[in-house]
Design a protein around this ligand. Structure first.
Ligand SMILES: Nc1ncnc2c1ncn2[C@@H]1O[C@H](COP(=O)(O)OP(=O)(O)OP(=O)(O)O)[C@@H](O)[C@H]1O
Ligand SMILES: [Mg+2]
Length: 448
């Protein structure tokens, strides 16, 4: 009997090799190669079907208005770049149990209500399970059609017959292509099934959302290659924002990747969180020692956060520096600036800093607030919880302007803050709040 030919794929980047390799020469990962049966020479789907073989110059190409399906939920539409583009293939990734199916079902229901038939294809759950979830989340759209199917050719055949406006595949790891002999979920299957769905989406103009599981080390299980093939990659995450779930675009051929959508998982499904700052800062009334409010930008949206710092005297040993949610090197830099500019003796103090709510601050606009929180804790001087600090620190202690000052100040005003400390070099901003301009971190002495 003829021996089945096999090929080895790297589980991390999708590179292939005729023999097993301990270390992948493409991505450098160890022990990622797995053997899969090689089926006859596959030339892959014929993409010329939608691209056309004729040569065109740019001015000959007419652009039909890029049509987008809007779910009506701002948090989702924004991450998709203003709605789901027709004919696009989006990958929705996330760790097990984070709520991918719930989010996808919610999107499907909203699109079904607004535009017509939506096909929700599941290879993971029974119809009863989906119905239970739908009942719990009050999803009743008559246009939402459910199918339990894992053969990708059958799925596209059903789609051709039903002509949905949107198709959801839950999940890409369960579907298989008939002419590939390896098991569903293997690199070859995932790649080929994805290519098949991409072809179907482009040819028919029906957008497809495929759900993909993320492995423990953060990759979408199966090849990273999948991320290159699709038009958009969204991650649904929970760990970073403890009480929130965040939908984050890491790739989008039709929109910005800076946008995030914030949700809450409740007993009755996914709810959007329109004003996360309000939730995070709700109970802040009294002035506090070692706390300062800052405004950071998440995409184009300003987010107000509470930075907490604790400085505690240490009589022997090396002082500790511990941070959560703030960049460690930037924190050390801020300490050095404070020591030098305000003549603080921090060398015999343990200093801890934390961002309330478990949010990670990645931009420099929070520098002044971090400095204010540390100074306040060190001096045991309370900071008004009605004041917002905005500004970046340079090494000589200067408070430097940051982008989108107007949006940051406007959000603070909207949330009822009374005073904003901003860099003196910032342009004037129109606001009813009291604006305190500061040129150097030294001036914190007078502000706190
Ligand atoms: N009765 C319930 N009340 C509140 N929340 C619930 C309830 N049932 C499920 N959940 C939430 O829904 C989440 C699971 O949602 P979902 O099945 O959509 O996740 P998933 O990412 O699709 O998971 P999987 O990886 O298993 O496919 C749970 O982690 C839980 O937080
Ligand atoms: Mg699921």
């Amino acid at each position: 009997m003829a021996k089945t030919k096999t090929i080895f794929y790297c589980g991390s980047c999708g590179a292939s090799s005729p023999k097993w390799l301990g270390k992948c020469p493409t991505c450098g990962e160890f022990n990622t190669y797995a053997e899969e049966a090689l089926c006859g020479p596959s030339k892959g789907p014929d993409y010329r079907g939608f691209a056309g073989t004729k040569i065109s110059s740019l001015e000959d190409i007419d652009i039909k208005n890029e049509e987008r399906l809007k779910t009506g939920l701002d948090e989702i539409d924004r991450v998709f770049g203003g709605g789901i583009v027709k004919g696009s293939l989006a990958l929705l990734g996330g760790e097990p149990g984070v709520g991918k199916s719930t989010l996808a079902l919610d999107i499907a229901d909203r699109v079904a209500n607004a535009y017509g038939t939506v096909l929700y294809v599941s290879g993971e759950e029974s119809l009863e399970q989906i119905k239970l979830r739908a009942d719990r989340c009050s999803i009743h759209s008559k246009n939402l059609k459910l199918v339990i199917e894992t053969g990708v050719e059958k799925i596209t055949a059903i789609a051709e017959k039903e002509k949905p406006v949107l198709m959801v595949i839950d999940s890409i790891q369960t579907v298989y292509k008939e002419d590939i002999t390896s098991l569903a979920g293997t690199v070859g299957q995932v790649k080929e099934s994805c290519a098949h769905l991409m072809y179907a989406a482009k040819r028919s103009g029906v957008p497809v959302i495929i759900i993909g599981h993320v492995t423990k080390d953060g990759n979408i299980a199966g090849p990273k290659m999948l991320e290159h093939m699709v038009d958009a990659v969204m991650y649904f995450e929970a760990e970073q924002y403890y009480q929130f779930k965040v939908l984050r675009a890491v790739k989008n051929r039709f929109g910005s990747t800076n946008e995030i959508g914030i949700f809450e998982m409740t007993g009755s499904g996914i709810k959007e969180v329109k004003s996360p700052s309000k939730m995070l800062l709700d109970n802040l009334k009294e002035d506090k020692k070692g706390s300062a409010i800052v405004t950071v930008l998440e995409g184009t949206r300003p987010l107000l956060l509470e930075i907490q710092a604790l400085s505690a005297r240490r009589n022997f040993g090396m002082p500790q520096r511990t941070v959560t949610g703030i960049d460690y090197n930037r924190f050390l830099l801020t300490l050095a600036i404070l020591e030098k500019s305000l003549n603080l003796h921090l060398e015999n103090h343990d200093i801890f800093a934390n961002v309330a709510g478990g949010i990670k601050v990645v931009e420099t606009g929070a520098d002044l607030g971090v400095a204010a929180a540390i100074y306040s804790s060190f001096k045991e001087a309370p900071v008004s919880m009605k004041t917002v600090f905005i500004g970046e620190l340079s090494l000589d202690g200067e408070v430097r302007p940051v982008q989108f000052m107007e949006a940051r100040v406007a959000e603070a005003e909207r949330l009822g803050f009374e005073r904003c400390v901003i860099p003196s070099r910032s342009a004037n901003v129109k606001t009813a709040m009291e604006i305190k301009k500061t040129g150097n971190v030294e001036e914190l002495k007078a502000i706190i």
